[in-house]
Design a protein around this ligand. Structure first.
Ligand SMILES: NC(=O)c1ccc[n+]([C@@H]2O[C@H](COP(=O)([O-])OP(=O)(O)OC[C@H]3O[C@@H](n4cnc5c(N)ncnc54)[C@H](OP(=O)(O)O)[C@@H]3O)[C@@H](O)[C@H]2O)c1
Length: 332
């Protein structure tokens, strides 16, 4: 029996983590068996994958270096799938995991919790949550001998853009299938989109491809707000129309105005007042775009056909769009 290729996933209870693990286990063969080591803070979580001889769970919090080192030891590659609005926690947790990977001596590559727009084009302070990822990228380059960073970029998850977080889509509650898409700009701004499912498939492929290092860009679709509305109306036979909130310059001013009195408030309620606007700004201005589809890394894994917006809508009932993100990690 060959030695399994061992993949460590910190935060294995997360939606994307579960999908990546599922893809990896599907790819396991007798000649290349794959084993998953999952670091979780709650061994009774309802979000654990079904027990399997191919999965070993390690209990540990994000601050427990001993648990992280035990988790990383024996792994060939480690992924961090944490998600939190606590930037201090995210940075410290990444550094601790990277230190654990260095100490383990077996880990050759580390995937930080990126899965986002192209933050490598931004400067610290532009999009505050991405300051953490800029710092993690630097930490991997300067403080992780023997461990290479792999940064998967995928634009915005299309599973999330219809949620209340962004507040873009509002369907008529009367059930008439009328609605509005409230965007900033003139409607011609491009959103770069991927589903959780396609991103997990690409990430799993990169995990298994030992030559994959550095920044990898995968996308399922690029659509303007006007095109998103047209696709919604075509797929669901709805009468959704575009509503303009203001120019992108007004969005820029508004996001800073809203943040100013709240920036030291760590609550999710405060974060919701302004951070969706920051994300909308950087998703649609092009400042953090990955680029045209043919300039991406999709072709590196030609067997993966990423879902387009239309694919995603066709598998999602209209009235479930708002909560689609919460079901993204469902492993079938
Ligand atoms: N591009 C986009 O539009 C977009 C949108 C969403 C997410 N993302 C990215 O995708 C990645 C995964 O997101 P997701 O939606 O899969 O996240 P998720 O389902 O919310 O899962 C988050 C994971 O982080 C763990 N976690 C949170 N706080 C923690 C803490 N203090 N200590 C230890 N573990 C903690 C959770 O553990 P418990 O289960 O114990 O809580 C869970 O395993 C993130 O890197 C995120 O940046 C991108």
């Amino acid at each position: 029996m060959p030695t399994p290729y061992t993949v460590g996933i910190a935060g294995l209870t997360g939606k994307l983590a579960r999908l990546i693990a599922h893809n990896l286990l599907q790819a396991s063969t007798p000649s290349r068996p794959i084993h998953i080591r999952g670091l979780v803070r709650d061994l009774t979580s309802p979000n654990l994958l079904p027990a399997s001889p191919s999965i070993t769970l390690i209990h540990g919090t994000s601050t427990d270096l001993a648990a992280a080192t035990a988790f990383a030891t024996g792994c060939d590659v480690v992924l961090c799938c944490y998600l939190s609005i606590d930037d201090g926690m995210m940075l410290a947790a990444h550094k601790l995991l990277i230190d654990a990977c260095v100490a383990a001596r077996t880990v050759r590559r580390f995937f930080p919790a990126d899965w986002t727009l192209d933050y490598t084009r931004l400067s610290p302070g532009d999009l505050p949550p991405k300051d953490v990822m800029l710092a993690v990228r630097e930490y991997l380059v300067n403080s992780a001998p023997g461990v290479e960073g792999v940064h998967v970029l995928n634009g915005a998850f299309m599973d999330t853009i219809f949620s209340g977080f962004f507040g873009l889509l509002e369907l008529d509650s009367s059930g008439d299938d009328e609605g509005v898409w409230r965007c900033w700009g003139d409607g011609e701004e491009v959103w770069e989109l991927s589903t959780y499912a396609s991103t997990a498939a690409f990430t799993a492929a990169a995990v298994l491809d030992e030559s994959a290092v550095g920044v990898l860009k995968f996308l399922g679709d690029r659509k303007t707000s006007a095109e998103i509305v047209a696709t919604l109306n075509r797929v669901y036979n709805t009468h959704i129309h575009l509503e303009h909130r203001g120019s992108l310059a007004e969005l820029f001013a508004t996001m800073y105005e809203r943040r100013a009195p709240l920036k030291d408030d760590p609550s999710y309620g405060a974060y919701l007042q302004y951070m969706p606007l920051f994300y909308e700004y950087f998703c649609t201005t092009g400042l953090a775009h990955l680029g045209p589809l043919d300039a991406l890394d999709n072709a590196r894994y030609p067997s993966i056909k990423p879902e387009t917006l239309e694919d995603f809508l066709r598998r999602t009932p209209l009235r479930e769009l708002e909560v689609a993100f919460s079901k993204a990690g469902t492993v079938v």
